[in-house]
Design a protein around this ligand. Structure first.
Ligand code: PEP
Ligand code: MN
Length: 301
């Protein structure tokens, strides 16, 4: 009897990880509506079907010196969007002595970088209580993979009506990701950018890689929705030597932007030292992307 009642109360008649016609009509109608979405940051920078913005920067805003060094390099390379987190989720609770979230101080350094170099900033919001401070500085608010379904956080961020990067959780189906995205759109914010950053699979071919970039998610998302889809090969592979091939593969697969982690001295990065590209590697990657972007009719920004 209990079992029967339970089944009758399920709103989803055919629970599945794949998308059904019913889903498109009743569960995710906004995110799957076909219209030309452009997420504009300023007159020079927008995420759209003809553009390929590259977001680059260190994992964390470790120090004033580091963030200025990276930002000055990016400015010289013509990159317009700097990434760097002052608030950070870490997989394990034990932090190395040199690593501390720089929080408000880190946000102040990001403000200085913006003032001096005119870059746009993407940074992560880990908790609602930090949102006021972060939104004073960030041009794009990042919702990290771990928070993809933290719906209260999503809604609070969405209500600011500012550009958002929503990262796919490494265990989430496309259906779950679009469900989370729908929560943002329901709040009236359509400045949304979706980000593929790797999924958890039983094997990743070497112990230094953690996730497998789901390249197929890029055309899959673009088939079903019109919001920009970007790729983060750094967090997917966790392994710098694979970042270039995966970035190029993402561009070939039709992504609308990239997030690349860089550091002037990767082995001394406070967290994830195997992951960032150094400046030389990034420069090489950028020139390859520039060539490939012509083939896919996109303008590198
Ligand atoms: C990050 O961008 O630094 C990050 C932690 O990403 P993710 O949420 O994809 O792990
Ligand atoms: Mn990171």
């Amino acid at each position: 009897m209990r079992q029967k009642l339970f089944i009758r109360n399920l709103s989803n008649k055919n629970p599945t990880k794949d998308l059904t016609e019913d889903d498109l009509k009743f569960k995710i109608p906004k995110i799957t509506r076909k219209k030309n979405i452009v997420v504009k940051l300023n007159n020079q920078v927008s995420f759209s079907k003809n553009n390929l913005p590259i977001i680059a920067g260190p994992n964390g805003v470790e120090s004033r010196k580091l963030i200025f060094k990276v930002a000055s390099f990016l400015k010289k390379k013509g990159i317009k969007i700097l990434r760097g987190h002052a608030y950070k989720p870490l997989t394990f609770p034990y932090r190395s002595k040199k690593y501390l979230e720089t929080q408000e101080e880190g946000m102040n350094w990001l403000d200085e970088v913006k003032r001096h170099l005119g870059l746009l900033v993407v940074t992560e919001v880990t908790e609602i209580k930090y949102l006021d401070r972060i939104s004073m500085t960030a041009d794009i608010l990042q919702i990290g993979s771990r928070n993809m379904q933290n719906l209260e956080l999503l809604k609070e961020i969405a209500r600011l009506n500012r550009p958002i990067i929503l990262k796919r959780h490494f265990g989430a189906s496309i259906r779950d990701m679009l469900g989370a995205a729908e929560h943002i759109l329901v709040e009236g914010n359509n400045k949304l950018i979706l980000c593929e950053r790797g999924v958890s699979i039983p094997h990743t071919h070497r112990e230094t890689s953690r996730y497998a970039l789901d390249i197929q998610a890029i055309p899959a998302l673009k088939e079903i929705c019109s919001y920009p889809v970007i790729s983060d090969p750094s967090h997917a592979s966790f392994w710098a030597p694979w970042v270039e091939p995966l970035a190029l593969a993402s561009v070939a697969a039709g992504c609308d932007g990239l997030i690349i982690e860089i550091h002037p001295d990767p082995k001394n990065s406070a967290v994830d030292p195997l992951q960032p590209l150094n400046f030389k590697q990034f420069s090489k990657l950028k020139s390859k992307i520039a060539k490939l972007s012509k083939l896919v009719n996109k303008k590198i920004i």
